[in-house]
Write a protein of this length. Structure first.
Length: 161
């Protein structure tokens, strides 16, 4: 079953690369008592993710935060080394959280996993964005076409805020 507006996020742990090395961070630490924008990509360094989806959130970071959002995070079914390298190369390190859902457990618990094995990618996340308040989904924007980042993009999230 796919998560819906009004649902509480499932408990999960991510890995995130920081200046001090990898840290484990839980959904409770990220979302409890906070208003957070979370967006997901099928894979770090993939074309739409790197050229459109992530840059939109980095460019609009301050505008999003000015709307009463406490934090922004991106999640992908990649390991923390890949997510850390993506954070570094994109200039996003320290600006938003780059969360590694290395085993797809969070993505599967949301019901937002997709099998992209035919394209050589294996199980990945659908492309989406969410506004989460105190661990509860307030908006959910899932892309119909994973090659686009329109309904889940930063511009759309700003409209919703």
């Amino acid at each position: 079953m796919t998560i819906a507006i009004g649902d509480k996020l499932p408990a999960a742990n991510f890995k995130e690369k920081t200046a001090d090395g990898p840290v484990e961070i839980s959904t409770d630490q990220l979302f409890n008592g906070k208003r957070v924008v979370l967006f997901a990509v099928p894979g770090a360094f993939t074309p739409t993710c790197s050229l459109n989806h992530l840059p939109g959130y980095l460019e609009n970071r301050d505008s999003i935060l000015s709307k009463g959002v406490d934090d922004i995070a991106v999640v992908a079914v990649n390991d923390w080394h890949v997510m850390g390298a993506w954070a570094q190369s994109s200039g996003g390190m320290g600006k938003i959280h780059f969360l590694a859902d290395w085993d797809a457990s969070f993505t599967k618990a949301l019901g937002l996993d997709v099998d992209l094995s035919a394209g050589g990618l294996g199980v990945r996340s659908k492309r989406y964005s969410m506004l989460i308040e105190d661990g509860v989904v307030k908006s959910l924007n899932v892309e119909e076409n994973p090659g686009q980042a329109t309904v889940s993009g930063a511009a759309r999230m700003l409209e919703l805020l």
